[in-house]
Design a protein around this ligand. Structure first.
Ligand code: FAD
Length: 496
């Protein structure tokens, strides 16, 4: 007899959907979380009268009533659809390069094409061709990857086979040369955490297509409301959660899971674990090295820790409209070359590209009456921040933040005099709260070789499963779906 049918380590998106999937199936499940609230990245914190959203800028995979997205099925299977209220975001994004470019792309293919053609008339035909091409790629992806066509071949699906792993830059270069157009159309590279020269085109195509077709969404009450809904449903189904309780060891005998040791010194037995703690932490910190086949370490050594973020959370004492903020999602750029801008994320030099999200534009009740909140974020790797001597950390952090605010004020000058609350998070902040190396928010760098096509999802340790960003793609939709999928795989293994 073991204490639990299954233990889940970590209550991030993946850990929560994994726990709920198993509790719903009647498994006696224990969820361990080192922090004092559920959510991991999907959380909020309070300063003054503001509850700040930490991570969710745009939720993908929701879709509309007529065209529901894949995440609706996941939430429906988990029976939480009635517990979450979604807020549709009107537009994909505004992209501003002060003095050079300012345009808004709607979450609609025809409207996006029209706007881009108006701004770049010389490229009108190429813009239409590019959108046709992206949609055709995604259509073929659906047949090959989602529907698993048994007869899939390069002859039958030439666009998918030829382009999936080409770099995003290579493909964009086949269509465009104008650097401003490349910047405007390729801004979602930031959601992949890699620049166009390193991002696989297939990943970019899915993001552009996915947000346009299924629309960008937010959640009433922020991502914490989603995390709470998942946790509450887990508890309703008899699950047990322990907060402020890290797993410090996964007990393994003969390459088979036997249980977990918690930071309180409790030894809890189980034959099945889902780890949402990330693959590095799981295999390097939690499992005795003699129990891990050397091949696993070789595989991990071939990957690189992905990007984190530098975020400024701002509470304004004024409504968005009065501050000149009309779009929820604003990409601010100071360099049209996204590849060059990305290189700054590996240094402490002032960022060139950033995203400013104001949640109250689409959800006027997000902040207290008469106020609004914004998150100003740029991609930033943990490594340069880890090298800052502790005595200089705050000085560097505020210097970096001041530079980002200068760019924000260039685009939204009225913001400068209406800041009521402000808080700054560096990659080290994310590292402290999440426990991931470098504070990575999307897991590993998702280079072509680390995409879903090649990742080995099964663990060499019997009874061990993984959920979350380190086991596929980062972001809300993939991690929420990965947890549900890990839960189902664990249940299936029981039946076998
Ligand atoms: C600032 C920011 C902005 C983002 N913007 C977006 C966006 O707009 N759209 C989008 O789709 N995605 C966005 N993301 C990314 C997205 O939030 C993440 O990829 C996703 O939430 C990660 O989920 P996960 O399941 O991997 O778990 P994580 O969120 O990484 O959580 C892991 C959990 O495990 C816990 N844990 C770790 N080790 C242990 C242990 N030993 N014992 C117990 N518990 C442990 C941690 O405390 C944490 O709660 C953003 C992230 C950040 C931080």
């Amino acid at each position: 007899m073991t204490d639990y049918d299954a233990i889940v380590i970590g209550a991030g998106n993946g850990g929560l959907t994994a726990s709920l999937t198993m509790a719903k199936a009647g498994l006696k499940t224990l969820l361990l979380e080192r922090h004092n609230i559920p959510g991991g990245c999907a959380t909020s914190f309070i300063r003054g009268r503001f509850e700040f959203e930490v991570a969710l800028h745009q939720l993908s995979g929701i879709g509309t009533v007529d065209f529901p997205g894949p995440l609706i099925k996941t939430f429906s299977d988990l029976d939480v659809l009635d517990d979450i209220e979604f807020v549709e975001m009107k537009n994909l994004y505004r992209v501003v390069y002060p003095g050079k470019m300012d345009l808004v792309l709607k979450a609609d293919r025809a409207e996006s094409i029209k706007t881009l053609q108006e701004h770049f008339p010389n490229d009108a035909d190429q813009i239409a061709r590019f959108y046709d091409f992206v949609w055709e790629y995604c259509n073929q992806w659906i047949h090959v990857v989602l529907m698993k066509d048994a007869e899939a071949s390069a002859q039958k699906y030439p666009v998918f086979f030829k382009y999936a792993l080409k770099s995003m830059q290579e493909v964009l270069n086949e269509y465009f040369t104008d650097p401003l157009l490349l910047s405007a159309i390729g801004m979602y590279y930031a959601y992949l955490g890699l620049p166009p020269r390193l991002s696989p085109f297939g990943e970019f195509a899915l993001v552009l297509w996915g947000y346009t077709e299924f629309k960008p969404w937010h959640i009433k009450g922020g991502s914490q409301a989603l995390s709470n809904a998942l946790l509450n449903k887990f508890l309703e189904h008899g699950g047990t959660v322990r907060f402020n309780c890290s797993a410090i060891k996964i007990n393994v005998q003969d390459e088979t899971v036997t249980g977990v040791i918690t930071e309180d010194g409790d030894e809890v037995s189980t034959k099945r674990i889902i780890s949402n703690a990330g693959t590095y932490n799981t295999y390097i910190d939690l499992i005795d090295s003699e129990q891990v086949p050397s091949q696993k370490y070789k595989e991990l050594a071939g990957k690189s820790v992905g990007v984190s973020g530098f975020t400024i959370f701002i509470g304004f004492d004024e409504e968005p409209d009065k501050l000149g903020i009309r779009e929820a999602t604003n990409f601010l750029t100071m360099d049209a070359d996204a590849n060059k801008a990305y290189d700054y994320s590996k240094t402490l030099l002032p960022a060139k590209n950033m995203l400013f999200t104001c949640y109250d534009v689409d959800d006027p009740q997000f902040s207290p009456v008469g106020c609004c909140q914004g998150a100003l974020i740029c991609l930033a790797y943990g490594e340069p921040w880890l090298k800052v001597p502790p005595a200089r950390y705050f000085e560097r952090k505020y210097e970096f933040a001041r530079h980002m605010l200068t760019i924000l004020y260039k685009v939204f000058p009225k913001c400068e005099n209406h800041i009521e609350e402000i808080e700054v998070a560096t990659p080290l902040t994310h590292m402290r709260y999440l426990g991931h190396p470098g504070g990575a928010i999307y897991g590993f760098d998702h280079l072509g070789k680390d995409t879903d096509f090649f990742i080995e999802k099964a663990s060499p340790i019997k009874g061990l499963f993984h959920a979350g960003a380190w086991m596929g793609s980062g972001g809300f939709q993939p991690t929420l779906m990965s947890g549900a999928s890990a839960g189902r795989a664990l249940i299936k293994s029981l039946k076998n």
